[in-house]
Design a binder for this molecule. Structure first.
Ligand code: FES
Length: 124
């Protein structure tokens, strides 16, 4: 059902954990109720560190893991432009029924950035 990249990111998720930060985004899926949290350490407008926690299925965990590897080192503007399609492509595809799982990570990242920008309007 899942390709090797997805299985690798599920079995060895990158950047799992949390950061002591207000730049945090939490999103629950309206489809299944699963939840992803993204934490950012932003310095000079760049994502220096990113961690995630996902209470969800294998596709949601793999998507969150992949997303963190895509967002780290990016400017906030670049990170905001990452879509769930980009995540799915980087994973080499997900089964059709699992596409909605990839939305959690991208939405949680956007929310974390929004929360950061609310607190730091000078950097928005
Ligand atoms: S089934 Fe809920 S995120 Fe995948």
């Amino acid at each position: 059902m899942y390709n090797e990249t997805v299985i690798d990111h599920f079995n060895n998720p990158r950047n799992v954990g949390e950061l002591n930060t207000t730049a945090k985004g939490e999103v629950s899926s309206p489809v299944c109720g699963d939840t992803t949290l993204i934490y950012l350490d932003v310095q000079d407008g760049v994502i220096k560190d990113i961690k995630f926690k996902t209470y969800g299925c294998a596709a949601a965990i793999a998507s969150s893991s992949m997303l963190t590897t895509m967002a780290i080192g990016k400017t906030l503007a670049e990170a905001k432009a990452i879509t769930n399609d980009d995540v799915v492509k980087s994973l080499g595809g997900l089964p059709e029924a699992k596409i909605h799982c990839s939305v959690l990570a991208a939405d949680a990242l956007r929310k974390a950035i929004e929360n950061y920008e609310k607190e730091h309007p000078e950097n928005a």
